[in-house]
Write a protein that binds this ligand. Structure first.
Ligand code: OTU
Length: 646
């Protein structure tokens, strides 16, 4: 091993000294050239090592590597002065995304605002909410039908004409940045649509582009692979391969038949996808959400998820980004076992990651009214290195799957299989007393597994409460929703709101009448924004206002409270299983009541956990906590307790 490290260090150094003089003619002699060369010097070794691990068996590896570096230099030259300045300022302040002012939201361009111009018109609303991070879901060119809500991309360099143009996207990026909002876009890099130029060429018989995908003449290998693969959409896209009549070949399609998995064993795929990243970075994108990271490398005899090479690919892309455009961050989208979720996070891999572990724990505790598994799971999986951050969310445009670890559950006496069964019943409203109105997503009769579709409000009980015309149930649902928001606003990381949830948007069952969406019930929780609902946010007595206004206030409090900066979060036992407790930066205690009954923590337990709750003030109610009585939490109440300043 030591020998190997030496070999890489030595050859990286040799390669650098060979390449550098040949780069000088294409890099004008400006101070920026030194910046580039300095970064190249710093990051060439990992880039060399990782690409060699992946593609070192290619006869022309060294030639290709030099071409790659030339590509980086060209991308650097194309980068605007403003973006180079941003690179410099973020390099000097790498913790910029750890600030408590960070506040995120996500939406579909068309469903939320019609088109890019509509998004631009919403900037005042984003500011009203306090956003600094806006994730616009895939807005690239896609097939008219069969596009999986944008996740089947036909061109990474063209905006979907129905939404706008690349020029408009660049203007929007500038405008957002001028208002302190970073733009997050998806990089759907596991697959392309079958209408992407590469796929089209492959269909026409072009061998070069057939090698960009996984094609098979018969079922022999697909059968071999499938013995170990998980089905992602078993109901409507069973299996992982699709037969193409036009080519008389089987194509690897992990997701839908029209989403063709790219073959990263082919170095040209790596090279070209890196090119797409740099193109987007130079348009001013701040964060790329790496879609479906677990699946990008395949190996016969494995489940083809989370393989070491998948990490090398992301790390190599990251090293290239550090050289050309270090202000760009990666966010990994790995909705897998907690251990595997974490494996993608690192300054040298993805600086940001969705936090499905927290998301699932919140819903789990909401159903059980018990926080034991929540706390246990967080103690094992929450802590991150200081150069990374969680994206804490309550739901996304996707389904919710019960991704806690069976072994974690077993450690506290919970059977994972049974628990999932219960949660599925609960969130599809089939468990007695359930408040949730979710739909079962992709039930797999072979494994009995399913996931859940539904908006935040519908899953948290607002829909059933409204149907029952019961004001007290409506109030409980609102309190539940606010408490859940409170958790993602106070746990370490960047909170992310699915736009519409801040107004209590309910499930939209009309997806079932549209043949385009009827097969995929995730559309139940992706409704088109309702302007009426939006206007009602300012009415104190409307349901929208009763969610929006307190939420907005909580966001404002978060943003002015330095104890909410960075990720440091210690989950503690507060001596009452219905309450969740965690300490931020050893200075702020969060208490959240996950039940519909009043609950009190144990002062002794809190003191033992190192936080004396007396003589604090609750930032949310502004009331001082001077006696144990003041610590009694009403149903679904949340408290943010800080020591009283004298
Ligand atoms: C992602 O989700 C996207 O978020 C989905 O909207 C897409 O349909 C899909 O990729 C294909 O592009 O399985 O149920 O561990 O769980 O990538 C959603 C990652 C998914 C996968 C996740 C995937």
């Amino acid at each position: 091993m030591a020998h190997q490290t030496d070999w890489y260090a030595e050859h990286a150094a040799l390669t650098l000294s060979r390449i550098t003089p040949r780069l000088l003619p294409i890099l004008p002699a400006t101070p920026d050239r030194d910046v580039f060369l300095e970064r190249l010097n710093r990051h060439l070794e990992p880039l060399f090592r990782l690409t060699h691990q992946l593609y070192g068996d290619q006869y022309d590896f060294f030639y290709q590597f030099e071409q790659l570096i030339h590509g980086l230099a060209r991308a650097f030259l194309e980068r605007s002065p403003a973006l180079r300045q941003l690179d410099a300022s973020r390099e000097s302040e790498p913790a910029w995304f750890q600030h408590q002012t960070m506040m995120g939201a996500v939406c579909y361009v068309d469903r939320f605002a019609g088109n890019l111009q509509g998004i631009r018109n919403r900037i005042p609303y984003f500011k009203e909410l306090g956003l600094t991070y806006l994730h616009l879901m895939p807005l690239f060119k896609v097939p008219e039908r069969n596009n999986d809500g944008g996740y089947a991309v036909s061109s990474f360099r063209d905006v979907n004409p129905a939404l706008g143009t690349m020029a408009e996207l660049e203007t929007l990026t500038d405008d957002l940045r001028a208002h302190g909002i970073s733009l997050v876009l998806d990089f759907v890099f596991n697959h392309t649509s079958d209408e992407h130029e590469w796929a089209r060429k492959a269909q026409a018989g072009d061998k070069t582009y057939q090698a960009y995908y996984w094609l098979f003449d018969d079922r022999t290998l697909p059968d071999e692979y499938e013995r170990h693969l998980r089905e992602i959409f078993p109901e409507h896209a069973p299996g992982s391969f699709t037969f193409r009549e036009d080519m008389q070949k089987w194509v690897w399609t992990t997701f839908y038949p029209f989403q063709w998995d790219l073959n990263y064993r082919n170095p040209e795929v790596f090279r070209d996808m890196l090119g797409e990243i740099l193109f987007l970075a130079n348009r001013g994108v701040d964060v790329l959400r790496l879609d479906a990271v677990p699946f990008v490398w395949k190996e016969l005899g494995t489940n083809c998820e989370n393989l070491p090479q998948a990490h090398w690919i992301i790390q190599a892309l990251n090293a290239a980004v550090q050289i050309v455009c270090p202000s760009l961050l990666f966010k990994s989208e790995a909705i897998v076992h907690p251990r595997d979720v974490r494996s993608y996070i690192g300054g040298h891999e993805s600086q940001l990651s969705y936090n499905p572990i927290l998301m699932v724990s919140i819903w789990e505790a909401l159903a059980t009214r018990e926080t034991a598994l929540f706390r246990h799971t967080m103690n094992k999986h929450f802590a991150l290195n200081a150069d990374c951050a969680w994206i804490n969310y309550l739901r996304s445009h996707d389904d919710i799957g019960w991704g806690f670890a069976d072994e974690d559950a077993a450690e506290i006496g919970i059977n994972g299989y049974d628990h999932r069964y219960f949660l599925n019943l609960f969130y599809t409203g089939r468990f007695p007393g359930s408040f949730a109105a979710g739909l079962p997503f992709n039930f797999n009769p072979r494994t009995m597994d399913m996931r859940i579709s539904g908006t935040l409000a519908s899953l948290a009980g607002l829909e059933t409460a409204i149907q029952a015309h019961d004001d007290s149930l409506i109030q409980l649902a609102i309190d539940r929703i606010l408490m859940m928001f409170g958790v993602i606003l106070s746990a370490g990381g960047i909170p992310l709101i699915y736009l519409g949830d801040e107004l209590g948007t309910l499930n939209d069952y009309s997806y079932a009448n549209n043949p385009e969406t009827a097969q995929d019930n995730r559309w139940v929780h992706r409704p088109v924004a309702d302007p009426e609902r939006w206007l009602r946010r300012t009415q104190d007595d409307s349901i929208e206002g009763r969610i929006f206004q307190p939420l907005r206030r909580m966001i404002a409090i978060r943003k002015r409270t330095p104890q909410f900066a960075n990720g440091q979060t210690r989950f503690i036992d507060v001596g009452n299983g219905h309450l969740l407790g965690f300490v931020r930066r050893e200075q702020l205690l969060v208490l959240a009541n996950f039940s519909e009954k009043p609950q009190s923590p144990s002062i002794d337990a809190l003191r033992q956990a190192g936080f004396d709750p007396l003589d604090t003030v609750d930032l949310l109610t502004e009331r001082p906590v001077l006696t144990p009585l003041a610590l009694e939490a009403a149903p679904y109440q949340m408290m943010w307790l800080v020591r009283r300043s004298t």
